[in-house]
Write a protein that binds this ligand. Structure first.
Ligand code: SF4
Ligand code: SF4
Length: 133
């Protein structure tokens, strides 16, 4: 399935701040349940009972433009990192306007929409996360 122009969005009115999306993201990519390693970030104010900010990758390509090794490209419509070409300089991490590129063991990782079926979307029982064009 082509993913041209696709990106994640959040419907704030449906989000309960359960963090399942963050947990499933880190588990899918790194086999750990750690929201700090998630490439979806939910800032929910539990006291006020509302989502304050949700940060998801817009596939803008800023990291791709900044990479000095040409290791980031659009593949199947989404921006992906080719780790075989990556020099681990972490320029992309500092360039991402959303601060969503995670570094694990010195290697950068970004949202790739899980290749077509984002697990955060799949596991959000509220239907608060969606893929849109
Ligand atoms: S899984 Fe859905 S309801 Fe839970 S925090 Fe994420 S977006 Fe909100
Ligand atoms: S860390 Fe890798 S992918 Fe990121 S800018 Fe440097 S060479 Fe490119």
């Amino acid at each position: 399935m082509g993913l041209q122009g696709k990106r994640l969005t959040v419907r704030p009115e449906l989000c309960t701040g359960c963090s399942i999306c963050e947990l499933i993201c880190s588990f899918t990519k790194f086999r750990v349940f750690n929201p700090r390693k998630s490439m979806v970030r939910i800032h929910y104010n539990h006291k006020l009972g509302r989502l304050e900010k949700a940060v998801t990758c817009s596939q803008c390509g800023a990291c791709m433009a900044a990479c000095p090794s040409g290791a980031i490209r659009r593949g199947n419509g989404v921006v992906i990192i080719d780790h075989s070409r990556c020099g681990r300089c972490l320029t992309c991490v500092n360039t991402c306007p959303e601060g969503l590129i995670q570094v694990v063991d010195g290697t950068p990782h970004k949202c790739d929409l899980c290749g077509g079926i984002p697990q955060c979307v799949r596991y959000c029982v509220r239907g608060a996360l969606n893929v849109v064009s």
